[in-house]
Ligand binder design. Structure first.
Ligand code: NAD
Length: 442
C-alpha cells in the first residue's frame, strides 16, 4: 500500500487517483478549485466519464479516496506525489508550465521526508529536471526526493478502461528507488500483462508528445487524402479502410473528418513543434500536421457557408458539441467553431449534445440549446453533424427531413452514406466522399 497524492483533480488526476485507490492504495486528490472539491465531497463527479461515479463512490466508501484543497498537508502526509495539473497552450504555442512550477515550489517548501514526485501532466522534455531544480531552490536542497515521469495515455470517454488495460505503462526514472516504487504501484496492471516500459525521464517525456503527434499526423494525412478523393472521384472511407487493414498502418486514427480537436492533440502538437524550434531541430512533419488540421476545419465551415448562401437570418443546427463522443469536454471542439462562425454572421444556431450542453453554453452563450435532436433541426437550413454520437447514427432521417427547412447536411464525421442521403432528398456533404464519373465520360 502506498500513500499517494494526486495534485490536480481534473480528468487525469481524478481517474488515475480513483484507479490507484482501487488497487488498494491510500489516495488523496488535491485541487485548488474549491467548488470541484466540494462537488466531489458531496459524492458528485464534476465532469462526465463513463463508470467513474461508481469507481469513486466505492473507493470513498471504503475509505481509500479523499478530496481536499489542502496541498501543504497532502504533501506532508503522502509519499508519492503525482503532478496532474493542466499544461495549457501558451501564447506562442509552447506548453504553459506555470501550474507545474507552482506545485514544484510548494513541494520544495513542504518536504518533510523522502518523496517521489511523479510528473503525469504532459510536459516538454526537460521538465523533470526543471521540477528537480525548483524543488531544490525552494527548500528541498539537501533533502531526499526523486523526480520521475509517468505520462498518461488515457482517453476521455474510455478513461477507466484505458487506465486499467493500457497498451503500455511508461515510467521514466533516474534512480532505482524511484523505479522500484513506481513499478510496485503499477504491479496490478503488469501482472495483468500490460507492458511496463522503463526509460530515462527525458525519453518518457518525449514518448508522450511523439505518440500524440504521430496520431495527429495520421489524422491530417488521411484528411489530405480525403481532399484528393473529392477531386478524383474516390471515396476516402474505402481508401482508409483498405489502408488500415495493412497491419503496419492500422485503421485507428485514419478517419477523415473536420480534423482533430480536444484538450490534448492541438496543444501537444504545437508544444512539440515549439520545443523543436527552440532547440534548433525543426519538426516539419509536425508543423504540416498542425497546418493541415487548421485548414481542414476552416474548409468545412467555408464549404457550409458556400452551400448555404448568406447565413444572415438562416438557421444552422449543430449536433454533437463535445470534441468527441462519450465526453462532455468541449475544449477545441469543431462544433463550437461552427457555432461561433455562423452566429457572427447573423445566423440562428440551434445546438444539441447528449451530455455537453452545459459546457458548450458557457463557451457559446448566444446559441439556442435544444431539448433533443428533433427540436434542434426544426426549421434548420443546414444540419451540421460535428461529433459521431451513436444516437446521431441511428436517428430517423425521414423524420429529420420532415422537420428541416433546407436540405443541407454537413456530415463532418462521415456517418451517413451519400447515396442513402441523396435518396432521402438531402444535399449531403461528407469528407472525401468523391463519386466516380461514368467511365464513358472519361
Ligand atoms: P484539467 O484541466 O481537467 O485538470 C487540471 C486540474 O489541476 C484543475 O482542476 C486545476 O484546478 C488543478 N490545478 C491547477 N493548479 C493546481 C495546484 N497548484 N494545486 C492543485 N490543483 C491544481 O486537466 P486534465 O485534462 O486532467 O489534464 C492534466 C494534464 O494531463 C495535462 O498536461 C494534459 O495534457 C494531460 N493529459 C490529459 C488527458 C486527457 O484526456 N484529458 C490525457 C492524457 C494526458
Amino acid at each position: 500500500m502506498h500513500r499517494i497524492c494526486m495534485v490536480g483533480t481534473g480528468y487525469v488526476g481524478l481517474v488515475t487517483g480513483a484507479c490507484f485507490a482501487d488497487f488498494g492504495n491510500q489516495v488523496t486528490c488535491v485541487d485548488l478549485a474549491q467548488d470541484k472539491i466540494d462537488t466531489l465531497n458531496q459524492g458528485k463527479i464534476p465532469f462526465y466519464e463513463f463508470g467513474l461515479e461508481e469507481l469513486v463512490e466505492r473507493n470513498v466508501r471504503e475509505g481509500r479516496l479523499t478530496f481536499t484543497t489542502d496541498l501543504t498537508r497532502a504533501i506532508r502526509d503522502n509519499d508519492v506525489l503525482f503532478i496532474c495539473v493542466g499544461t495549457p497552450r501558451g501564447s506562442d504555442g509552447e506548453a504553459d508550465l506555470q501550474y507545474v512550477d507552482a506545485v514544484a515550489r510548494d513541494i520544495g517548501k513542504h518536504l518533510n521526508a523522502h518523496k517521489l514526485v511523479v510528473q503525469k501532466s504532459t510536459v516538454p522534455v526537460g521538465t523533470g529536471r526543471r521540477i528537480h531544480k525548483l524543488i531544490q531552490e525552494n527548500g528541498g536542497e539537501g533533502k531526499e526526493f526523486d523526480v520521475a515521469s509517468n505520462p498518461e495515455f488515457l482517453r476521455e470517454g474510455s478513461a477507466i478502461e484505458d487506465f486499467m488495460r493500457p497498451n503500455r505503462i511508461v515510467i521514466g526514472t533516474s534512480t532505482k528507488r524511484a523505479e522500484g516504487i513506481l513499478s510496485d504501484i503499477y504491479k496490478p496492471l503488469y501482472l495483468n500483462e500490460a507492458p511496463l516500459v522503463t526509460t530515462t525521464v527525458e525519453s518518457a517525456e518525449l514518448i508522450k508528445y511523439a505518440s500524440n503527434a504521430f496520431l495527429a499526423t495520421k489524422i491530417s494525412f488521411i484528411n489530405e487524402i480525403a481532399n484528393l478523393c473529392e477531386v478524383v472521384g474516390a471515396d476516402v472511407k474505402e481508401v482508409s479502410r483498405a489502408m488500415g487493414l495493412d497491419q503496419r498502418i492500422g485503421g485507428k486514427f485514419l478517419h477523415a473528418g473536420a480534423g482533430y480537436g480536444g484538450s490534448c492533440f492541438p496543444k501537444d502538437t504545437e508544444a512539440l513543434y515549439h520545443t523543436g524550434r527552440e532547440l534548433g531541430v525543426p519538426l516539419r512533419i509536425v508543423e504540416a500536421t498542425i497546418e493541415v488540421n487548421r485548414d481542414q476545419r476552416l474548409k468545412l465551415i467555408k464549404r457550409t457557408e458556400e452551400l448555404l448562401g448568406d447565413p444572415a437570418g438562416k438557421t444552422v443546427a449543430v449536433l454533437g458539441l463535445s470534441f468527441k463522443p462519450q465526453t462532455d469536454d468541449v475544449r477545441d471542439s469543431v462544433a463550437l467553431d461552427f457555432m461561433q462562425y455562423f452566429l457572427d454572421r447573423g445566423a440562428k444556431v440551434n445546438a444539441f449534445d447528449p451530455v455537453a450542453m452545459d459546457n458548450a453554453r458557457r463557451e457559446v452563450p448566444d446559441a439556442t440549446y435544444a431539448a433533443d435532436i428533433f427540436d434542434a433541426v426544426k426549421g434548420a437550413h443546414a444540419v451540421v453533424i460535428a461529433t459521431e454520437w451513436n444516437e446521431f447514427r441511428r436517428v430517423d432521417m425521414e423524420q429529420i427531413r420532415d422537420l428541416v427547412t433546407g436540405d443541407l447536411v454537413i456530415d463532418c464525421k462521415n456517418i451517413y452514406e451519400p447515396d442513402v442521403m441523396a435518396k432521402l432528398g438531402f444535399r449531403h456533404v461528407g469528407v472525401g466522399r468523391g463519386r466516380p464519373q461514368p467511365m464513358e465520360q472519361a
